[in-house]
Design a protein around this ligand. Structure first.
Ligand code: AHR
Length: 507
């Protein structure tokens, strides 16, 4: 048996709060995410409430979904919101040029989205169109959504059946403006973002949290340009600054964008390349954060990772433009490594949105007719719920070095962990990425007595195991036997390719 790696956790010394919004979601008009995924229409035989699939809504409520980003993605920068309001039969059709060239009938629009987030009990995060829209169009959308009284847009909303304005906080100013959102240079976009932001007004006390479209992966120049362009952070006037946050996109692609491999059939080398790509998020959050620190040491501007997750080849026989991929135990481990990193960066990272919630990329849920499949990634979100709005417990590795593996020119740790506390409890998440070996981790728990402990584990016989309509629970959480805490320490034996959560009751 290997020598345990030791982690000290001071249960009474807390770090920043881990926002529940780090467990956020993203739904684009792409493939079967909206149509067939979330929305089947009120006349469907699939149980629904005003067209929203009941099973999907219930499954997402069970993981306490905190927010949903919509309508894209690339689609956001060719979406004209007026196409999606008013009587459904009169709404125009448009071509979704990014995703499969299919005809979009606009039957799911603003009112439907706001109904969906209401049914989910989560916050809307709307991404406005900078790439092919206008300043006025975006300003009108904000007014339509959030203004009461007698005003042109509030009256239009009323004519479309909604009297009261909605509350909308999270507002994106374009998406991937360096690419599908307009192929702009950082300097040009930064000025445009100031301009658009100026006219996104705060109506009737609705406070917008404006998120500027941020960098792709390691484009630190983009982040720096936006930080330089923010406006005066300290003046206390309105607006104090032009945006409240900057986004970042990073996808886990083990063999690159041009050479995507199967989501379910992969060899050991590709598995470890995937894990090295997942670990890279830690470097990216650190380095973008460092750039932001130069201009904003008080960390008033948030970093929003509003697209992340695995991007593999589509399932054989499916439309390449629909980005439908299966989801295995490998995806679950990618997610758990990301969450540990998110927790460590909770002082700057205020939101993250996995791409995408249903039937697209690293999905929580896959639909197959009227069947709903919860993916291994879904289970990681569910098992980690205890971290929502909890205070980080910094975890210090000490003594025996962490097991590592060299992957290309990177040395990656094979064990990852994070911890948090709230309401007299603590949660520890532990991941073993090793394909073959179990690893022992000793937790040195200081500062509180532990009066109770329960554990759960997510693992599978093979790391490419996945859930299907015929076998929906091949990868599902199971109880995990945890030994007693003795003299404040606890040694956990983590099986190969597994994710474990421990819930501690503190005395
Ligand atoms: O999530 C799929 C696509 O990935 C999004 O539309 C785009 O923003 C990103 O390139």
């Amino acid at each position: 048996m290997s020598t345990p790696t030791r982690a000290v956790i001071n249960l009474d010394v807390t770090g920043p709060t881990i926002s529940r919004h780090l467990y956020g979601h993203f739904a684009e008009h792409l493939g079967a995410c909206i149509y067939g995924g979330f929305f089947v229409g009120a006349d469907s035989d699939i149980p629904n409430v005003r067209g929203m699939r009941t099973d999907v809504v219930e499954a997402l409520k069970a993981i306490d979904i905190p927010n949903l980003r919509w309508p894209g993605g690339c689609f956001a920068d060719e979406y004209h919101w007026r196409d999606g309001v008013g009587p459904v039969e009169q709404r125009p059709t448009v071509v979704n040029t990014h995703w499969g060239n299919v005809v979009e009938d606009n039957s799911f629009g603003t009112h439907e989205f706001m109904d969906l987030v209401d049914q989910l009990g989560c916050e809307p995060y709307i991404c406005g169109n900078v790439g092919s829209g206008t300043v006025r169009e975006m300003a009108d959308w904000v007014e339509y959504l959030t203004r009461s009284g007698e005003a042109p847009m509030s009256e239009l909303r009323r004519a479309n059946g909604r009297d009261e304005p909605w509350q909308v906080k999270y507002w994106g100013i374009g998406n991937e403006s360096w690419g599908c959102g307009g192929n702009m240079r950082a300097e040009y976009y930064a000025d445009l973002a100031r301009q658009y932001s100026t006219y996104c007004r705060e109506h009737d006390g609705n406070q917008l949290y404006k998120i500027a479209g941020g960098a792709n992966v390691d484009d630190y120049h983009w982040t720096e340009t936006l930080m330089k362009t923010l406006g005066d952070l300290g003046c206390g006037c309105n607006p104090r600054h032009f945006f409240d946050a900057i986004s970042l996109h990073y996808y886990t692609m083990p063999t690159g964008f041009e050479d995507k491999l199967s989501a379910t059939e992969f060899d050991d080398a590709t598995y470890y390349l995937t894990m090295a790509a997942a670990w890279r998020i830690d470097e990216l959050l650190t380095r973008h954060g460092n750039v932001m620190d130069v201009y904003d040491p008080a960390k008033r501007i948030g970093l929003v990772l509003d697209e992340w997750g695995t991007w593999f080849a589509v399932e054989p026989g499916t439309n390449p433009g629909f980005l439908y991929q299966q989801n295995t135990m490998r995806d679950a481990l990618v997610a758990s490594v990301h969450f540990d990193s998110f927790h460590r960066h909770a002082d700057r990272l205020v939101m993250a949105n996995i791409a995408q919630t249903v039937n697209v990329l690293q999905a929580m849920l896959l639909t197959d007719g009227d069947t709903l499949i919860k993916t291994p990634t879904y289970h990681v979100f569910e098992m980690n719920k205890g971290h929502h709005d909890a205070d980080l417990l910094p975890l210090n590795w000490t003594g025996q070095a962490l097991p590592t593996r060299t992957v290309g020119n990177r040395e990656i740790a094979l064990v990852s962990a994070s911890a948090s506390t709230k309401n007299g409890t603590a949660m520890v998440s532990l991941t073993n990425l090793d394909l073959e070996a179990a690893h022992l981790v000793t937790l040195d728990l200081r500062g509180h007595r532990v009066t109770g402990i329960t554990g759960r584990i997510l693992t599978a016989g093979a790391v490419n195991a996945h859930n299907t309509a015929d076998q929906p629970d091949i990868v599902a959480p199971q109880p995990f036997d945890v030994p007693a805490v003795t003299d404040g320490t606890l040694t956990v034996d983590l099986p190969a390719h597994s994710f474990v959560t421990l819930e501690l009751t503190l005395g």
